[in-house]
Design a protein around this ligand. Structure first.
Ligand SMILES: NC(=O)c1ccc[n+]([C@@H]2O[C@H](COP(=O)([O-])OP(=O)(O)OC[C@H]3O[C@@H](n4cnc5c(N)ncnc54)[C@H](OP(=O)(O)O)[C@@H]3O)[C@@H](O)[C@H]2O)c1
Length: 359
């Protein structure tokens, strides 16, 4: 089959013929119809992000595709079924805290790297081999919509955070990094889930205006000044009531002080979920005032990816019409143009823009 292969960090992807994947028990082979290309794929492939990803490798995390072959133990999946290939591969022998690898992207710790030796190649290819439970059915779709359904990848990550904080209808959420890819997915999702209000801080007025135009009065934009105390006060003042929860999706290039300014807006009993890359490339750590956390009964937790059980819930939000995938504009590239797709994803970073490869 044809695949885009990374032979060495910093080298361009090489589109070439590789050996067809073969499945065993507990696995499914999927024909990739559309694979999302993250805005920071270039940083992963250059090695700048220092993701654990041994080369040579077929990169690409997640895809929308159709089942080609199932293993002997699949009881419901059928060839032809439309599925989301969940890149979060969880070891089957490690409950309650399984080792995890992100197929085609990275791995967590030694166990994740061990799993990665087997579930390593990702979705920048004609076919991908995934564990059976990672081929998540999405129901019938118009093949022309496969690219847009790739939004599910980022939405699921956003959903993982909202579920982790037990976000409820009627609540007020602040999204730190709201003008970014994962942040804007969080905005759309929280509003679809019945948020009373989403506070969207950002530096880019045009993007903030666009968010307001898309979502109306329940979306409250706040322009950040870079002064932490001023920004915390402005974000608090913008919300119609108190802020129940904060979801942070700032990238490694952002200072921890920006995350801190967002968290400090929380009401008593508020919850913050950290999902970004702050600190991954160095810089000061996130120092939150101990007495403030204690006296205000604040919960701060991290969240990496999501539980597989989140997938049917997200598909349900889309199928119900509550979450409208028409927000996303798709630019598609053939597999032969994988390097152009990576460059485009970086140039077109931001909300509601998807770059996809269509093998
Ligand atoms: N936890 C997980 O499971 C998980 C999964 C995937 C990715 N991630 C993380 O999510 C991060 C965000 O990815 P993305 O694709 O959404 O990035 P992105 O599209 O580049 O968005 C970055 C956001 O951060 C804001 N920002 C950047 N620097 C800032 C600063 N100094 N002050 C204030 N705002 C700043 C940007 O605002 P402006 O518009 O003002 O620039 C934008 O809203 C990634 O870096 C990755 O580490 C986490």
């Amino acid at each position: 089959m044809k695949a885009a292969v990374l032979h060495e960090f910093g080298m361009p992807l090489s589109v070439e013929q590789v050996i067809d994947p073969v499945i065993g028990t507990g696995e499914v082979l999927v024909d990739v119809v559309a694979a999302p290309v993250l805005s920071y794929s270039g940083e992963i492939l250059s090695g700048a992000r220092r993701y654990l990803l041994p080369t040579p490798v077929v990169p690409g995390a997640g895809a929308i595709g159709r089942v080609r072959t199932v293993g002997p133990d699949a009881t419901r999946l059928q060839p032809g079924d439309w599925v989301f290939c969940d890149p979060t591969v969880r070891a089957r022998d490690g409950l309650p805290a399984p080792d995890i690898t992100l197929q085609g992207a990275s791995a967590r710790g030694e166990g994740g790297q061990k799993l990665q030796r087997y579930f390593r190649d990702g979705t920048f290819a004609a076919q991908v081999r995934v564990p059976t439970e990672n081929a998540a059915p999405i129901g019938m779709i118009d093949p022309a919509e496969a690219g847009r359904w790739c939004a599910v990848g980022a939405l699921l990550i956003a959903y993982g955070g909202l579920l982790a904080m037990d976000f409820r209808p009627g609540g007020t959420l602040l999204v730190s990094g709201a003008t970014g890819n994962f942040g804007s997915s969080t905005v759309a999702l929280a509003l679809a889930m019945g948020a009373r209000c989403v506070v969207a801080p950002g530096r880019n007025i045009a993007v903030l205006d666009d968010l307001r135009q898309r979502f109306g009065e329940r979306l409250v934009p706040v322009r950040l000044t870079g002064d932490a105390d001023t920004d915390t006060a402005a974000m608090r003042a913008a919300a119609p009531g108190s802020i129940d929860a904060v979801q942070d999706f700032l990238p490694p290039s952002a200072a921890a002080a920006v995350t801190r300014a967002a968290i400090m807006t929380l009401r008593q009993g508020g919850r913050a979920v950290l999902m970004g890359g702050v600190g991954m490339m160095g810089g000061e750590d996130l120092a939150l005032p101990y007495p403030w956390i204690m006296r205000n009964l604040i919960t701060v937790r991290g969240q990496w990816m999501y539980d597989a059980a989140a997938i049917p819930g997200l598909v349900g939000l889309i199928r119900s019409g509550l979450l409208d995938l028409r927000h996303w504009a798709v630019t598609a590239f053939p597999l032969d143009d994988a390097n152009a797709a990576v460059a485009n994803a970086a140039a077109q970073a931001g909300p509601f823009r998807l770059t996809v490869l269509k093998p």
